[in-house]
Every structure is written in structure tokens, then in C-alpha cells.
Ligand binder design. Sequence first.
Ligand SMILES: NC(=O)c1ccc[n+]([C@@H]2O[C@H](COP(=O)([O-])OP(=O)(O)OC[C@H]3O[C@@H](n4cnc5c(N)ncnc54)[C@H](OP(=O)(O)O)[C@@H]3O)[C@@H](O)[C@H]2O)c1
Length: 338
Amino acid sequence: MRNVAELENKLTEPSEKLIRDLKTIDGDILILGVGGKMGPSLAGLAVKAIREGNLNKRVIGVSRFSDPEAKRGLEEAGVETISCDLLNEQELERLPDGANVIYMAGNKFGTTGREAFTWAMNAYLPGRVAQKYKHSRMVVFSSGNVYPFSPVGSGGVDESVTPEPLGEYAQSCLGRERIFEYFSHRNQTPMTIYRLNYAIDMRYGILLELARSVQEGRPVNLAMGHANVIWQGDANEMALRSLTLCSSPPAVMNVTGPETMSIRWAAAELAARLKKEALFEGTESNNALLSNAAKSHQLFGYPSVSLLQMIDWTADWLLSGGPTWNKPTHFQERKGKF
Ligand SMILES: NC(=O)c1ccc[n+]([C@@H]2O[C@H](COP(=O)([O-])OP(=O)(O)OC[C@H]3O[C@@H](n4cnc5c(N)ncnc54)[C@H](OP(=O)(O)O)[C@@H]3O)[C@@H](O)[C@H]2O)c1
């Protein structure tokens, strides 16, 4: 995995199961908030699955496209694009209908100091969108941040645990879920609430952040000593396959890898590959933001890319000078201030 073309190819390899599932779903796929870290590869994956399955579906990606490169790349991949600020009433109204909606828009960083905007984006806009798309199926991206921290030996919290979000970003994510849930009840709209913990691409994510610290000789802070990660291609595949689960009231599903990953261990594995020494500061807390995604693994199978494979690829990527994005996860945050 040494260049962007290889990475994007790997991120958009559809499985037979995805193709089979999309065959059972009627209508086009509309992706709202497609221009971020995950949307372009999710849309590309959908297009390839549709082509390989000879299915008759369009994939339409909607975003403001603050990064015009994302729009160009999507169009080259066969995704129709619409530039739209979803918070603009008229622009939202003009969007086409779509039998299947994947909702990925959201605001996280910069919440502190712009709390009102975060709430408008994460909890008000969902109501507008849920009303407009009340006749669609909807997969709503949410976050494992809605859960409380749990003991590191517990295996993480499953979907039966009552949300207890820490800080305004996480609270607004629960707001997003609750507003969609309300409209699902009110309009009988089938939905899946998809609670994700830390997708990994070579260009961003927890492993890249650890690898960079190691490479640059910066100590890794161990206070948030454990986390869950998943290959972005697997997370995207599960999001598309979640269209088959949508129900009213909404289905709720945690999505992440099977391991409770030790940050100390992952940094040491990366250090060995980078031929550097991992430096640490602090000690592990006895709890962390941890999600148990066993239900998604039962439904969809284990992720196709293993944790050590992601570690190998991340180290190779850094050593070969692959491009990276300056989009830190802030996974170390223990007070909920993003
Ligand atoms: N990546 C992860 O590991 C992770 C973990 C947990 C949860 N999530 C959630 O999963 C979703 C997708 O993840 P991501 O990493 O791809 O998020 P992201 O990088 O923040 O992408 C979301 C995109 O939505 C678009 N958007 C925001 N406001 C908009 C508006 N008013 N109108 C139209 N488009 C708008 C933005 O693109 P434009 O600038 O083009 O509009 C933004 O880049 C997000 O909601 C995120 O919070 C992600």
C-alpha cells in the first residue's frame, strides 16, 4: 500500500455480500455530507458494487465541497454530485428524492466556542433532513462518543447501554440520534443509527497519529490508554449493508473492530516497523471510550482487514512518504471538549 491509487482501490473493493445486499434494496443511493474523510470512498464503493452486480442504481453525493478535489474525484469515480449547504433551506428543498439516504454530515472539531453551530448542524439539521426524506430508508452516521467511558477490561459497551455523552459535541451527537429517532416514529421512516468508533485510512486516524508521534520522537500520552479502530473500507461496507437493517423504531448498531486496542502496544508495534523507539508519558486510566461491536460482526462478519495489517500498512505509508491529512481524531480527549 504505497500510493493513493492503491489505497483508494483497496478502500473501494466491494465484497460479494455487499453486492448481494444492494440487490435486495430498491432505488438510488443519496449520500449527504459526502465530501469528508469517509464519504468519497463510501460512494466509490457503492458505485463499484453496483457495476459489479449489474444493478440499476445511481449514486448521488451531496456536500458543500469545500474541497473541490473531492467533487472532481467523485465524478471521475462515477458518482453524480450536487453542491449544497444542507443548512440552507432552499438548497435542501431542491435536492432530489432518493429511496436510500446515507447521512454523514456533522460537525465535531471547533465545537468549543461554536457550540450553537454544532447543535444546529448535529441536532437541528437532522430534523429538516428527516422530514424531507421521510419516505426513504436512512442510515444515520453517529458516534461511539454518545456512550460513557467503560472499564478497559469490560470489552466496551454494547447497544444495550444507555447513552451518557460527555461534553457538548457528544451531547449534540445524541441529539442527532434522538431527532432522527423521533421522526422515524412520527413518519414510520426506516432507519439504522450507525455508531462508529475510529475509522482508519492511511491518511488519517489513530494509527497514523501514533506512528507520527513515534517517528518524530514525541511521547505518546497514555491517559486514554485503549481505543477501538476499524479499516475505513470495512466501516463503509457495513454502512451500505446497514440499509438492509433499517426499521422504525431505528435499528442501532455499534461499528468498530473486535479488539480493545492498547495504545501502548500499538505504538510499540509501529515503532518496531519504523525502527524507532516509542516514548510514552503518563499511565493508562482504568477506563476509556470503548465500544463493543459484536452485534455488527454477527450480522456482517468480522472486518476484512486485521489490526496488524492496518499497522503494517500505516508504517509502510509513513516510510514511503505517502500523503496525509491534517485531520486529527483527538482520541486522547477525556473531558469531551473538541
Ligand atoms: N471518521 C471517523 O472515524 C468517525 C468516527 C465516529 C463518527 N464519525 C461520523 O461519521 C460521519 C462521517 O465521518 P467523516 O470522518 O467522513 O466526517 P467528516 O470528515 O466531518 O465529513 C463530513 C462532511 O460533511 C460535509 N458537511 C458538513 N456540513 C455540511 C453542510 N452544512 N452541508 C453539506 N455538507 C456538509 C462536509 O463536507 P463539505 O465541506 O464538502 O460540505 C464534511 O467534510 C461524521 O458525521 C462523523 O462525525 C466519523
